[in-house]
Ligand binder design. Sequence first.
Ligand code: PLP
Length: 285
Amino acid sequence: MSRIAYVNGRYLPHRAASVHIEDRGYQFADGVYEVCEVRGGRLVDERRHMARLQRSLTELRIPLPMPLPALSVVLHETVRRNRVGNGLVYLQVTRGVARRDFAFPSPEGSPSVVVTARRLDFASNEKRASDGMSVITVPDNRWERVDIKSVSLLPNVLAKQAAYDKGAREAWFVDHDGQVTEGASSNAWIVTADGKVVTRPAERGILRGITRTVLLDAIKAEGLKLEERPFTVAEAYAAKEAFVTSASQIVMPVVRIDGRPVGEGRPGRIAAALRTAFHRYAEFS
Ligand code: PLP
């Protein structure tokens, strides 16, 4: 079955789907994106993802390309046309096509919208979760507005590649104070020796992950001890458990940091329990 992509009002075969060379997303990374998990053919936490999309667009002064109910139809239709049961739907909105000039185009053009969807191999994800994964730490060399889910991801690309080059699957960014900010494409968490779940506050230095937000609800409802505070690399080395969260990985246990085993070097009990509990606290649409 050939994949279908939505591009600016049309559903097209993947190989024929393209945007103009002067799209500002291509020229300047002048755009934002969202990724939602698809589970059983339904979108997970669409409402929260769309609220964050609106916020990212507002911060960059890009107009919402269509009303949210219409965008929701496009997301669901792209999932349906690609027959995605379990997988991801990707949405990108850029400032649109204009002659190359740094300043915003005047008059303002229309934003470009692209939606794609793809299946994920459920079994291999579960296998990865039961094995756990390795992360490395790298200096956080990103701009300050990482709260915006911008397509400008070059530091994240380089960090992820550095991880892959070392046989790890994720890189954790570390700020000037030696504190972990977040992963290249995930939020970072540890569980301390006395069982407290710790993650950095989302006020500064990280993207406010939707999975993170929902997991905070789950942690409180499950009666676990929670501390929203920055943690250092040294604390992470000494942690009982570690894990990352993102729409594509949900809760993914981390078993090695910079080559050192976390706890006993196996996925932790709390991470595994939160992975199982997560979808009870998520919204489906
Ligand atoms: N932080 C970064 C830098 C990300 O790229 C992502 C997801 O891609 C996340 C955190 C997790 O966000 P979410 O849970 O909304 O997928």
